[in-house]
Design a protein around this ligand. Structure first.
Ligand code: GLU
Length: 547
């Protein structure tokens, strides 16, 4: 067979050669050890935790080595394209502090290794495809869906591996004349790779996260170009990561099973393999059972979930590092005040058995991280979040900025600071009692205190309340009210002789706390009262008395 002739017949418009592109996209001139990584999402508009997890690995590797982190858009599947998806991808990642050095950006494409949209790289793919045809390693396949289904049926009946390979690959050996005839007839075809692999042979490949893998060779004549001349993922991955001079391919473990295809393609083209890093699936514990996080079932899989609730990017980044690198938490304990940029992220400290994602743990990490963020910064972030997701509270926050900052500051200065703040929605809820329009009685009075009894306590409180009392004078008065009404002034007295009392000073304080903030637990009530101001305090207590 004259492969050269076949190649010209199939790709009459392709005049460039692989060499032309080798020259156009030369080896990058970066410092020794610099890593070039890429995020390669499809523009479906849905960007999830798995993408962020992988992107974070890409970003750390590039940053730590003074390399390049790029964004390539895998838009070869028209059906999955969604308007505005690129904006969503870029802005979501930016929210979490991930910025690209190269590739698709909101102001066009940046860099010399583009185009960075796969749909604009067709000439490059077809040039490589043409080369493979010339080498006798790719061929047109005219099989219809029906024919392929028939092949599969026969393979199933004979309990053979399904697929297009070996003797089943009917169009492998079509003659040039036959091909010409069918092309002249206008028949559509896909371009298939002619595999030289064998089902019975294995090869070894290094994955930085997983170690040395021993895998069966690829033996399938996979599709390189679809009927419309657009590449499949497998072909595009190999061509793009080669010409974009990517050094590290970080991608989800769902791609592991097709790695033999990519390996054979790289070898056939005589190109250097990138270093593969297959990340583990994101898992969660659901009713005691560990399972994969699902885009459909788990709202926390979507990045919008965190943006809508107003999680702080610093907190999410820190949490991701705790699941990405097993030694991160230890490092954090030893370096409580360092920036996470100083942590030396490494691929071989990554889990291979599933990255367990736990919202409670994220919230705990967030509490710790927020203690380190200055309150003014928390306020600014809260305000930005409100503008986007809860604009009715924006004026309230603006008008009461000083008070809100004071409320958020209560108990943070001590050496055992309060850790109440997690994410914006929760933070607003946490301070919402301050605003009359959001104040509500969330918790009931203590069990041992009925409505009427509570009113008696609150009337006493109002009578003796002096806004100028300092904290100890204020509390002393609560002790007096307690004693006068049959409650122990000290919890330990009550514990010793519970039969002598109706309860203790803690119950009385709770009644007061409920009247002021509407909940049974809160930061220090005296401090809150100072921020609310005398008038509001009296109004709240009066309202709780209700007469
Ligand atoms: N478009 C592929 C995906 O979103 C990219 C996989 C890769 O990183 O190679 O899964």
């Amino acid at each position: 067979m004259d492969y050269k002739k076949l190649a010209d017949m199939l790709f009459p418009n392709i005049t460039k050669t692989i060499d032309d592109f080798e020259k156009l996209f030369p080896e990058r001139n970066l410092e020794e050890g610099a890593m070039v990584t890429r995020l390669a999402p499809s523009p479906t508009g849905f960007i999830h935790l798995g993408n962020l997890y992988g992107a974070f690995v890409d970003e750390r590797l590039a940053r730590q080595s003074n390399g390049i982190f790029m964004l390539r858009i895998e838009d070869t599947d028209d059906k999955r394209k969604v308007e505005g998806a690129i904006e969503i991808i870029i802005s979501s990642l930016e929210y979490f502090g991930l910025k690209f050095d190269e590739g698709v950006s909101l102001d066009g494409e940046i860099g010399n290794y583009g185009p960075y949209y796969q749909s604009n790289r067709v000439e490059i793919y077809q040039t490589v495809a043409k080369y493979l045809v010339e080498q006798g390693r790719a061929y047109p396949c005219f099989c219809s869906e029906e024919e392929l289904a028939e092949i599969r049926k026969q393979q199933e009946a004979r309990k053979l591996t399904p697929g297009y390979y070996g003797e089943w690959a009917k169009d492998r050996d079509l003659s040039l004349e036959e091909i010409k005839k069918r092309l002249d007839n206008g028949e559509s075809f896909v371009l298939r790779f002619k595999s030289m692999g064998s089902e019975d042979r294995k090869f070894e490949i290094e994955d930085v996260i997983r170690g040395t893998l021993s895998m069966p060779e690829n033996f399938q004549d996979i599709v390189l170009l679809k009927t419309n001349g657009i590449p499949t993922y497998h072909f595009a991955h190999v061509v793009d990561d080669h010409f974009m001079r990517v050094t590290h391919v970080v991608r989800g473990e769902e791609w592991l099973s097709t790695l033999p295809i990519h390996y054979e393609l790289f070898k056939t083209l005589n190109w250097k393999l990138p270093i593969y890093c297959h990340t583990a699936h994101m898992m969660k514990i659901d009713n005691g059972v560990k399972r994969k996080l699902s885009k459909r079932k788990d709202p926390e899989m979507g990045l919008s979930y965190y943006m809508e609730l107003g999680y702080f990017p610093q907190a999410v980044r820190e949490y991701l590092l705790t699941i990405l690198n097993s030694n991160f938490e230890e490092w954090r304990m030893a370096n409580p005040n360092s920036s996470i940029e100083e942590f030396n992220f490494s691929l071989n400290k990554m889990s291979t058995s599933g990255a367990l994602f736990d919202l409670d743990k994220l919230n705990d990490v967030s509490k710790e991280v927020l203690v380190r963020i200055p309150v003014e910064e928390i306020f600014d972030f809260l305000l930005e979040w409100a503008k986007k997701y809860k604009n009715e509270i924006e004026p309230l926050l603006l008008e009461n900025k000083d008070s809100v900052i004071k409320l958020l500051s209560i108990g943070r200065d001590s050496n055992k600071p309060r850790k109440d703040l997690i994410y914006c929605e929760q933070i607003f809820d946490f301070i919402s009692y301050y605003f009359d329009e959001y104040f509500k009685m969330v918790d009931p009075y203590p069990e041992n205190i009925g409505e009427e009894e509570a009113k008696i306590i609150l009337k006493e409180y109002l009578k003796t309340y002096d806004h100028n009392d300092d904290q100890s004078q204020w509390f002393e008065k609560i002790r007096v009210i307690s004693e006068q009404n049959g409650y122990a002034a000290k919890p330990k007295d009550y514990k010793k002789n519970p039969e002598l009392y109706k309860g203790h000073v803690g119950d009385v304080s709770t009644v007061i706390r409920l009247a002021i903030v509407g909940r049974a637990s809160s930061p220090d009530v005296w401090e809150i009262q100072q921020i609310l101001g005398e008038e509001k305090v009296r109004e709240r207590v009066q309202k709780a008395i209700g007469e």
